[in-house]
Write a protein that binds this ligand. Structure first.
Ligand code: ZN
Length: 276
């Protein structure tokens, strides 16, 4: 006889749970997340939430240790709800912040699925749109950049892949020449010459590193390359699903592409800062 993992009573031969108990558990969990979400949305009070969650948990055999998970899941769903219209108002951001503070939820708890970062990013974009310079980035390390006086750091992207578009010369159209078989499967061509060069553009991965965005420049630092680009020297921006492309204002300038992983944010961030 096995005992039910939910109620602890005998569940039958080779069984680990009662079907009804499992249903009760699932319903209770959903209800805990929903209740937390409503509180994070500001629809009900935070003061009673812990009590409520304890009650639901008890009725549905949910371990007390899971209450924090329900709070986090509720916060994430509220964040998703607030962000789904493409922006996060000051009031919405405050509701999320207050909820997290009230229940002592930290960045590491709330960022498992990237929602904390998304909320901060949405706040950064709102600040810029409202003509303010965001100061939401707290660094625990020293950045390898020589920022200018009065320059404000707005965001730092890590593990950014930096690409350049390069023109590759290929030769096509040469004569065939004569092929002589030297060894099994290997042919040596005599008399063949290269034809005319054809320009072909290809995107080359140059380096991987840190990209910092300030109110005046885009900075990049990798193991091979380090540079900064002032917004005034950029002619056009190209949005990508996972990054941004930049064309500098010089006849010889090659398109530069930065893969940050979140195209929507980096594109909005950089284009709005450049417009200031
Ligand atoms: Zn049971």
């Amino acid at each position: 006889m096995g005992d039910c993992i939910y109620c602890g009573k005998p569940a039958g031969l080779f069984k680990t749970r009662h079907k009804e108990c499992e249903e009760r558990y699932k319903m209770a969990w959903r209800s805990m997340v929903e209740t937390s979400k409503n509180a994070a949305l500001g629809l009900c009070s935070l003061e009673n939430l812990t009590n409520e969650l304890h009650q639901i948990a008890q009725q549905g055999f949910v371990p007390t240790g899971k209450i924090k998970n329900a709070l986090v899941a509720g916060w994430e769903q509220a964040a998703l709800h607030f962000l789904s219209d493409g922006n996060l108002s000051k009031e919405e951001e405050e509701k999320l912040y207050n909820f997290a503070k009230f229940f002592n939820l930290e960045q590491k708890d709330l960022d498992n699925n990237g929602f904390y970062t998304k909320v901060v990013q949405a706040g950064v974009l709102r600040d810029i749109m409202e003509g303010k310079l965001p100061t939401r980035v707290v660094l625990d390390t020293h950045l390898p950049f020589n920022f200018q006086k009065g320059e404000t750091l707005v965001w730092v992207f890590q593990n950014v892949k930096y690409f350049e578009s390069r023109v590759k010369h290929e030769y096509v159209g040469g004569t065939q020449g004569v092929s002589i078989r030297i060894a099994k499967g290997i042919y040596y061509r005599i008399g063949g010459f290269k034809g005319y060069p054809v320009e072909k553009t290809e995107v080359v991965h140059i380096d991987t590193g840190i990209m910092a965005v300030t109110d005046k420049h885009i900075y990049f630092h990798g193991s091979l390359r380090s540079f900064r680009i002032p917004y005034s020297k950029i002619v056009s921006f190209q949005p990508y699903s996972d990054g941004i492309g930049i064309q500098r204002d010089a006849a010889s300038a090659k398109p530069q592409i930065f893969l940050t992983g979140d195209g929507w944010f980096v594109y909005n961030l950089v284009t709005n800062l450049a417009r200031r």
